[in-house]
Design a protein around this ligand. Structure first.
Ligand code: AMP
Length: 220
């Protein structure tokens, strides 16, 4: 069976990370989130983190060469041999083209959600400062306010989930990332999913797409 090489397309808050985590657990494929890698670099205070922080706080994009360097290093690790789930990458045409020089994509999954629903999802989103578990103050609140159900650490709002930054992230998405839909459609690997449904329904639709494409073996 060929390797599952999946990218997720979709505006911020469409559920790319949630779905990629679930697929990673089901198929044993690495979930590679450039946003998580950058947030981790910020937390560790590395050179990369120091350069990226102010860009991320404004909702803008980290330069393509930096991102391509991160991806190149990550793909060289042995766990990527049987495939990968890319979440938040590529975000520009230059990243997609740069990636095609390193490897290829056989499933680009575009998750669609109306923008008014997305603003509400992001602004009310909270993340565990320790294990990364995600909550939503209205749809999936923690049992105890401000505390992670799983590990007990404090919940925080991502700095870029404030309303003004969310708006600029959407603008950047429309301008820089949406053109990738046409790019992958032209390659014949684009699949569309309605993300305005519950998490499990979206998940089962994505599983069907990936399995119909014949790209994965269930580890479960
Ligand atoms: P995310 O968690 O994917 O929403 O990413 C959070 C922030 O990290 C973005 O708003 C960007 O500032 C930065 N970032 C993540 N992935 C990329 C990428 N592929 N290209 C440029 N910037 C990125």
């Amino acid at each position: 069976m060929s390797r599952a090489k999946v990218v997720f397309l979709g505006a911020p808050g469409t559920g790319k990370g949630t779905q990629a985590k679930k697929l990673s657990a089901k198929y044993g494929l690495p979930h590679i989130s450039t946003g998580d890698i950058l947030r981790n670099a910020v937390k560790m205070g590395t050179d990369l983190g120091m350069k990226a922080k102010s860009i991320m706080d404004r909702g803008e994009l980290v330069p393509d060469e930096v991102i391509l360097g991160i991806i190149k290093n990550r793909l060289a690790k042995p766990d990527c041999k049987k495939g990968f789930l890319l979440d938040g990458f590529p975000r520009t045409l230059a990243q997609a083209e740069g990636f095609d020089r390193l490897d290829s994509v056989n499933c680009a999954i575009q998750i669609d959600v109306p923008s008014d629903v997305l603003v509400k999802r992001l602004v009310l989103r909270r993340t565990c400062s320790s294990c990364g578990a995600m909550y939503h103050l209205e749809y999936h609140p923690p049992r105890v306010e401000g505390v992670c159900d799983i590990c007990g650490a404090a919940l925080v709002q991502r700095e870029d989930d404030s309303e003004s930054v969310v708006k600029s992230r959407f603008r950047v998405y429309v301008e820089k990332t949406e053109p990738l839909i046409g790019y992958y459609r032209q390659k014949g690997v684009l699949y569309n999913v309605d993300g305005n449904q519950d998490i499990e329904t979206v998940f089962s639709e994505i599983v069907q797409i990936i399995e119909a494409a014949g790209e994965v073996n269930d580890e479960g």
